[in-house]
Design a protein around this ligand. Structure first.
Ligand SMILES: [Zn+2]
Length: 489
């Protein structure tokens, strides 16, 4: 298995493709304007203390001052410790003019400034580091007691044996991951905090000290692991940053990072760009004549396996088996490329032979093993339905790159021109009763106007006679099929 990471950097977005044996397996996209401020650490300055609200305003160098509550200024109470007690008066915690190291916990929205906290956290792939807390815990989303114990004691031991300080929370994604891999993040995070502290003393107030790393660097942290053959990046600036980062935090990667200067766009290699476009389609063709239909709704995702053209009765069972086998591999890859999380129902084509059923399921399980996200098959029915889950980590590719269609607002269908015409008639009747005008002017899309002047012309004439007013039509080229306007003239 040879993996390669391709990083395409432009001023507006960064795209990272993980390619395995020439086939796209994962895609990560970061849009520059959507990045926000959450997680950034600032050396702020307290500009106003509000005793009545137990809060303070802190200048962090953004357009609006940030807001911090007394709760976010007192040391954190360890989990399970119930003696929370009364909050001290905010005036005993901060004073105006004082410098304060804060982290953004919520982005500024319209007129509200950013929400701030002094409970600093730094994340790595498997851990959240809390330099100002002694607490060690495990994400509540890992519910297996034995697994919680294993992870907690691995981290406790590593912290005790190391020479850094601070607390840790084991993230949900660490479930089932080897102790070595999980604790490898500990020195990385402690060193990161040391570096931040060194910068802090030298910086003026109201300035940013730490921003979460750009995607190019995060992929070195989160994606790069053996056996990796190469990391190619098409921006010299990112290349330099990545080498510096690797030099400090992951020296074993430094010789794998290559600045791509080829003629062809980087993501045209291995057809990644085409693969991305296909990953937004509902229909996925298989190499045999079959295809998948992938449908994502808010509650779950369904994948339907279909055979292609009709095949003779004699070969039917064999064709179905082959199609299901191919589909099993294709489904695993599509889930990963599309980054689909949550409940997933796979509808394989019915098979009679239990041995065939077993082999298809086995192929699916094997293909899912390669996934970095945690997957679990939760049920198999006699009808060929497989129910599974996949841990949701980020937005899916579709959510990231698309928005609901503005015409149908995601329904996938628009009202027919006929339906719109009848809506127009009802609306005219309603308005004719309410107003005493001479004429109606209907503005609508051309398909609707065409119909009103053609198939529905007789009805329009009847309607005009009934309300005693004329109705005129005008095509509005900017309107979609469902849009119309009725103007009183
Ligand atoms: Zn639509």
């Amino acid at each position: 298995m040879s993996e390669e990471i391709l990083i395409n950097v432009s001023p507006v977005e960064t795209r990272v493709a993980l390619v395995d044996n020439g086939v796209l397996q994962e895609l990560h996209v970061e849009r520059t304007h959507r990045k926000g401020f959450v997680g950034n650490i600032y050396k702020g300055k307290v500009v106003r203390v509000l005793p009545g609200m137990q809060a303070a305003f802190v200048d962090i160098g953004l357009e609006r001052t940030g807001f911090i509550h007394a709760q976010e200024l007192v040391p954190e109470v360890p989990e399970g410790d119930s003696k929370r007690g009364e909050l001290p008066d905010i005036r005993t915690l901060v004073r105006e003019g004082q410098a304060l190291v804060v982290q953004v916990s919520k982005d500024p929205i319209s007129t509200k400034g950013a929400r701030l906290t002094t409970h600093i956290t730094l994340s790595s792939r498997y851990l959240v580091y809390m330099p100002n807390s002694p607490h060690i815990g495990v994400s509540i989303r890992i519910d297996d007691e034995a697994e919680r114990g294993r992870l907690r004691s691995a981290v406790e031991t590593a912290v005790k044996d190391g020479d850094g300080s601070g607390g840790f929370i084991v993230r949900t994604v660490a479930e089932g991951i080897s102790a070595d891999a999980v604790v490898a993040d500990i020195p990385f995070l402690q060193k990161l905090w040391q570096d931040i502290n060194q910068k802090l003393s030298a910086l003026p107030v109201s300035s940013v000290v730490y921003e979460d790393m750009p995607l190019a660097l995060r992929s070195l942290r989160d994606l790069a692991r053996s056996p990796l053959e190469k990391i190619r990046v098409d921006s010299r600036q990112s290349w330099t940053q990545m080498r510096e980062f690797a030099n400090d935090y992951a020296p074993q990667l430094i010789n794998l990072i290559e600045c791509y200067q080829g003629e062809r766009p980087l993501l045209d290699l291995y057809g990644v760009e085409d693969e991305i476009a296909r990953a937004l389609d509902t229909r996925v063709p298989l190499k045999s004549s079959g295809y998948l239909i992938v449908e994502q709704t808010e509650a779950m995702t369904t994948v339907d396996v279909n055979t292609g053209a009709f095949v003779g009765r004699r070969n039917l069972e064999e064709t179905i088996f082959k199609t299901n086998m191919e589909a099993a591999g294709a489904i695993a890859r599509q889930l990963r490329v599309r980054n689909i999380g949550g409940i997933i129902v796979l509808d394989f084509i019915d098979m009679q032979d239990p041995e065939h059923q077993r082999q298809v399921l086995r192929t699916l399980e094997k293909a899912l093993e390669k996934d970095h996200a945690k997957t679990k098959i939760t049920g198999v029915s006699e009808l060929g339905l497989v129910e599974m889950t996949r841990k949701r980590t980020r937005e899916s590719l579709g959510q990231m790159l698309c928005e609901p269609c503005p015409v149908c607002t995601g329904r996938g269908q628009v009202k027919s021109a006929e339906t719109i015409c009848y809506e127009v008639f009802r609306e005219i009747l309603r308005e004719a009763r309410a107003y005493d005008n001479d004429k109606f002017l209907v503005l609508a899309a051309s398909v609707v106007v065409d119909r009103l002047l053609d198939e529905d012309a007789a009805y329009v004439a009847d309607l005009e006679a009934f309300i005693g007013r004329t109705i005129e039509f005008q095509v509005e080229p900017l309107f979609n099929q469902e849009q119309y306007d009725i103007v009183l003239v």
